[in-house]
Structures are given as C-alpha cells and as structure tokens.
Design a binder for this molecule. Structure first.
Ligand code: HEM
Length: 122
C-alpha cells in the first residue's frame, strides 16, 4: 500500500471520529475536551490528508518505505496526542507523558516529512 493510500484511508476515518466527537460535545454542552478534538481534526484529518496529496503527486516517493512509515507514525501519534490532551482536560494529569511523548514523536515525524518535501521539490 502506498503512503497516499494509507493517508486517504485513515484521514477520513479520523475526520469522522473527530466530527462525531464535536457533535457529542455540542449535544452535551460540555466543551471540556475541545482542544483535544481540535488536535485530532487538524493533525489526523487536515495534515494527514495534505501529506497524502503531496505523496500522490510524487509517485516514486509514494511507494517508499520511509513515506509509508512517516504517515503511519503521524496517524498513530495524532490519535495518541488527542487522547492525552483529552484526558488532561478531563482532570487526569497523569496523561501528560502521553501528550508530551506524542508531541515529540509528531515533531520528529514532521522533520522527516519536511526533509522529504524539501529534498523532492528543490
Ligand atoms: C461535525 C463537525 C464538528 C462539530 C460538531 C464541532 C464542534 C465543536 C465544538 C462544540 C467546539 C467547542 C467550541 C468552544 O467551546 O468554543 C469545537 C472546537 C473546535 N473545533 Fe470543532 N467541530 C467539528 C469539526 C471540526 C473540524 C473538522 C475541525 C478542524 C479541521 C475542527 C476544529 C476545531 C477547533 C480548532 C476548535 C477550537 C478548540 C479550542 O478552542 O480549544 N472542528 N468544535
């Protein structure tokens, strides 16, 4: 499976989860986890889909092991940081290491993506 196909499969599923989460917040009038909902949607839906678009335009890179690894790590860390932030906002500060580690993984993964993009377009 190519990196773009992984992205185009996971990103809409994450969007549905994030939107369902938003609807649940709206219905319950409890917006406590809004920052976690925002991170899930912006990292797991918007960013992941954009990454998939980039890979789809660069077919050789799209098939590479590094690109596939990059999007899988991105999807997993996006979900992990949303859970971590959500738990913190629900009053479980013990979830802070989960949010912190996920944020560092996401940063490192974005470094990989940035390197792939710049190397490809220059
Ligand atoms: C069915 C779709 C959605 C619903 C019902 C929904 C619902 C909500 C609700 C109730 C809040 C809390 C507002 C507040 O307390 O001020 C919120 C915040 C937010 N949502 Fe959504 N949302 C949806 C989709 C999305 C999507 C697709 C994105 C991004 C691509 C997004 C990004 C955000 C952001 C950035 C915030 C602000 C978070 C914050 O202030 O901490 N939402 N949403």
């Amino acid at each position: 499976m190519t990196a773009s196909r992984i992205s185009f499969t996971l990103a809409p599923l994450i969007a549905l989860t994030g939107m369902g989460w938003g609807i649940a917040m709206a219905i319950s009038h409890d917006h406590a986890t809004a920052p976690a909902h925002a991170h899930l949607n912006l990292l797991g839906w918007v960013s992941l889909f954009l990454m998939g678009l980039f890979y789809r335009f660069h077919t050789e890179l799209d098939r590479s092991r590094l690109a596939r690894f990059q999007v899988v790590v991105w999807a997993a860390a996006s979900i992990a940081i949303a859970i971590g932030i959500g738990l913190i906002y629900l009053g479980t500060p013990q979830a802070e290491p989960l949010a912190a580690i996920s944020s560092i993984v996401l940063f490192a993964d974005m470094l990989v993506f940035a390197w792939l993009v710049i190397r490809t377009v220059r």
